[in-house]
Write a protein that binds this ligand. Structure first.
Ligand SMILES: Nc1ncnc2c1ncn2[C@@H]1O[C@H](COP(=O)(O)OP(=O)(O)OP(=O)(O)O)[C@@H](O)[C@H]1O
Ligand SMILES: [Mg+2]
Length: 293
């Protein structure tokens, strides 16, 4: 298994292991962003913040796509725009062929970077909240919530309130709350950031299992390069702000994979490729000198 990389802004035959066959070219396009820019308006007379773009992105149906990039480069902005939560300054977004604007379309589930469970509801009521609001029948709610609680390892805490949980457990409640809605496109913004390394690995495997079983399309934002390399079919690397997609790395992992993929030789090639690409961008983002070397 060999990784393939397209560095979008670089000459095509430099730094490339193997050229991608055109991302999502032959597959059905599930979501698409075209000419997206997001400029946050100025506050207090200063200039606006050009956070993102221009970005063009196509997600194939059933693809597992990750985005990595330096802190503050516009990753959360990219996710918010794709989810319909933040209007792009330029460009347009399609999900299942329909224009996305103003609200999260049915079929799209979002796990936010700093998600919060409702403090007045128990774990199971938090997870059931969206289903009940959607008028789902009680037996179906129970079935899906029980599955999600097992999946997230929260069985012993189903009657607990968020204040009685650890930060990582609260985040698992928020992930479960989104997954029970059975979204066809799952957008996750650093969902495992609050978890310890072992739990992160296990949750990654569970996420892969869920992805395989449901056939959902996934876009995962992460700062953990090993996580991106382990989970994804394809990884987009973002530049320092304003965030643009500067490389597209295909892993070529089999669909039936888990964290053991980390032992593959090409896993190391992918993570070092990611690290090399990100190093200069991170130095730029931090405003430090000496990006070369
Ligand atoms: N609502 C907003 N109003 C004004 N500026 C914003 C807003 N949201 C984000 N920004 C700015 O846009 C830029 C990108 O922010 P964003 O949160 O998308 O970055 P990020 O890549 O997700 O960062 P991190 O890795 O730290 O989560 C930052 O400079 C940030 O200050
Ligand atoms: Mg963010």
């Amino acid at each position: 298994m060999a990784a393939s990389v397209v560095e979008m802004s670089a000459p095509r035959n430099r730094g490339v292991i193997r050229e991608s066959q055109g991302s999502a070219a032959s597959a059905e396009i599930h979501a698409e962003m075209t000419g997206i820019k997001r400029i946050y308006p100025a506050t207090g007379g200063g200039p606006g913040v050009h956070a993102l773009g221009p970005v063009d992105l196509k997600l194939a149906r059933g693809e597992f796509y990750s985005v990595v990039g330096p802190s503050g480069c516009g990753k959360s902005t990219l996710l918010d725009v794709l989810a319909g939560l933040s209007a792009p300054t330029e460009g347009h977004i399609l999900f299942e062929g329909r224009e996305v604007a103003g609200k999260v379309p049915p079929g799209v589930g979002v796990v936010f970077q700093e998600d919060a469970a409702f403090p007045w509801l128990t774990v199971e009521d938090n997870i059931a909240f969206g289903l009940r609001r959607a008028g789902t029948d009680a037996a179906e709610v129970e079935r899906r919530v029980a599955y999600a609680i097992g999946f997230m390892g929260l069985k012993d805490f189903r009657k607990a309130y968020p204040s009685q949980l650890s930060g990582g457990m609260r985040q698992r409640v928020c992930i479960a709350r989104t997954l029970v809605m059975q979204p066809r496109l799952i957008l996750l913004d650093e969902p495992f950031g609050a978890l310890d390394a072992q739990t992160r690995l296990l949750m990654g495997d569970e996420l892969l299992k869920l992805w395989r079983e449901t056939g959902a399309t996934v876009m995962l934002i992460t700062h953990a390069l090993d996580e991106a390399a382990m989970l994804s079919d394809r990884i987009g690397v973002m530049s320092a702000r304003p965030g643009r997609l500067i490389a597209d790395i295909r892993t070529d992992w089999p669909r039936d994979r888990d964290s053991r993929i980390a032992a593959e030789e090409s896993f190391g090639q992918i993570t070092s490729q990611l690290w090399r690409l990100l190093r200069d961008e991170s130095v730029k983002a931090a405003g430090m000198a000496g990006a070369k070397g």
